[in-house]
Design a protein around this ligand. Structure first.
Ligand SMILES: [Zn+2]
Length: 161
């Protein structure tokens, strides 16, 4: 295999789908887990610890034939608040936006408090308010009103390294 072919494989373009760029290093795997992308059959290219001019290193995910709904975009923003999402159609970027931390999130992440009513009542959808405290992202459970760091919530949901 020539070097040119190799390079081409690494940066293989997708015809239709989504490119998530500027993911903080180490988060790409957690994103794949959150959306169970490895359990699906979409073509996925992942780059870990790639060189990036403005933020040192980054992860990148290219996934074919997937677009993110508004609620999935919010979930994504919890894991990768500084990432950029590119929607690809016919090999062209048709939409590009920077993720922003949502003010609340419903349904995606379980409450780490084992006594929380969300673990007892089947109908109760987990619901967190999100705010920043001294630069750290914090999540307050709407039901038990406990405040957790984002890291702790992600760890509890097996989405942190
Ligand atoms: Zn709770």
């Amino acid at each position: 295999m020539s070097e040119t072919t190799n390079d081409k494989l690494l940066v293989e373009a997708i015809a239709n789908g989504t490119v998530i760029d500027h993911i903080a290093p180490g988060q790409a795997m957690n994103i794949l887990r959150l959306f169970n992308f490895l359990g699906k059959h979409n073509q996925i290219t992942v780059g870990f610890n790639l060189r990036s001019g403005n933020m040192g290193n980054k992860d990148i995910i290219k996934i074919a034939d997937v677009t993110f709904s508004p609620s999935e975009t919010e979930q994504l923003a919890i894991l990768a608040p500084d990432a950029t999402v590119n929607s690809i159609k016919d090999f062209k970027v048709v939409d590009k936006y920077k993720l922003r931390l949502p003010t609340e999130i419903k349904g995606a992440f379980e409450c780490p408090n084992s006594n929380c009513i969300t673990h007892v009542e089947k109908g109760a959808t987990p619901w967190f308010r999100i705010f920043k405290d001294d630069g750290h992202v914090m999540m307050r459970c709407h039901y038990c009103e406990r405040v957790f760091s984002r890291k702790l919530v992600l760890k509890h949901n097996k989405l942190a390294n």
